[in-house]
Design a protein around this ligand. Structure first.
Ligand SMILES: NC(=O)c1ccc[n+]([C@@H]2O[C@H](COP(=O)([O-])OP(=O)(O)OC[C@H]3O[C@@H](n4cnc5c(N)ncnc54)[C@H](OP(=O)(O)O)[C@@H]3O)[C@@H](O)[C@H]2O)c1
Length: 303
């Protein structure tokens, strides 16, 4: 039996959406979920979510969440979901452009539906570990209402202001992801070439004040050369380009972003596109004249 009274609707049960709905359902929310490929959402019924076949079954929900892929997909599904009855509020969590988000806001305002832009930091594994975070913008009172559900999905949310500001914050976040991983690759190769095993150096770094959840999380990849994709080089390049565009618009120099963007471009030019963005390590090794071997050390990802 649901223990929360508001009726929630959810669109999109991909890697991210599935794990997010699972947390809300397990927390006792009254939640109905639709996914284009219904079979992917079906197991959510075991946790108490209602899996629906048609988008219009989400009509009239108090809060409608959306977690699909691009803005075109968001536009399509939200358009269809509104046909049979408006929700009270839409909380859009996919990583979409500022322009797309602003267009969606206009459409929803015309329909008198409140809109929160709420992109996330974390991947499916991070959600399972309860560590997802949101950055949110839109009307403050809408945020106050949606906040408890955002909290149930992870470690909380940050409200950054009106309009599409959260999309800018998400771009800044991903710029940092690129710059930090490049720095981590440079120093790891330097340490190795000077004579240390990568795992020993990263063990020191991770225990120091410079270590972070991110450096710990990426350590197994850098030590054991497991470049199973979490985020592709091309997607990261897209986000650095968005960061550089924003820098130009606001007249903010971004030299580190610029260099990292070009390093990613080199990597893509070498055909390194299908594995994780942390394959920047391999480029750094090549540029330093060394060959890497997996160290095969059992490590926790720190989550
Ligand atoms: N994965 C990450 O680490 C991560 C981290 C932060 C943010 N994000 C962002 O979160 C969003 C979702 O990522 P994800 O990793 O969950 O992607 P995913 O596993 O590829 O799932 C995409 C979801 O969108 C649905 N979808 C796509 N196009 C659609 C359309 N035209 N109509 C209806 N449904 C459509 C898919 O339905 P089907 O199941 O039918 O294909 C699926 O439910 C993206 O914007 C991504 O950039 C991802």
């Amino acid at each position: 039996m649901p223990t929360h009274t508001e009726k929630l609707g959810w669109i999109g049960a991909g890697r991210m959406g599935y794990a997010m709905v699972e947390r809300l359902a397990k927390a006792g929310c009254d939640i109905a979920v639709w996914n284009r490929t219904k079979a992917k959402a079906d197991p959510l019924a075991e946790h108490g979510a209602k899996v629906v076949t048609h988008l219009d079954e989400l009509a009239g929900k108090d809060i409608l969440f959306c977690m699909v892929s691009t803005y075109d997909d968001v536009k399509e599904v939200i358009g269809k979901a509104l046909v049979k009855g408006r929700p009270g509020m839409v909380v859009e969590c996919s990583s979409i452009s500022l322009e797309g988000s602003a267009e969606l806001r206009k459409t929803l305002e015309r329909e008198r539906v409140q809109y929160l832009a709420a992109p996330v930091s974390g991947n499916a594994k991070v959600i399972k570990a309860g560590k997802l975070t949101f950055v949110v913008s839109g009307p403050k009172e809408a945020y106050e209402r949606a906040r408890r559900y955002l909290d149930m999905m992870g470690t909380g949310s940050s409200y950054v202001g009106a309009g599409e500001l959260s999309r800018v914050a998400k771009i800044c976040h991903n710029v940092m992801l690129g710059v930090v991983v490049q720095s981590l690759c440079e120093i790891t190769i330097l340490a190795q070439k000077a004579g240390m095993p990568r795992h020993a150096f990263l063990d020191f770094l991770n225990k120091s004040v410079m270590g972070s959840m991110f450096t710990r999380y990426k350590t197994p990849a850098l030590v054991n050369l497991d470049f199973h994709v979490t985020f592709t080089p091309k997607l990261l390049r897209k986000d650095l380009d968005l960061g550089l565009d924003a820098g130009r618009e606001h007249e903010v120099p971004m030299p580190l972003t610029s260099i990292t963007r070009d390093l990613l471009q080199q990597m893509i030019g070498h055909g390194m596109t299908e594995e994780d963005f942390s394959t920047l390590l391999l480029m750094q090794a090549r540029a330093s004249g060394i060959e890497l071997e997996p160290e095969n050390v059992a490590l926790s990802d720190g989550l």
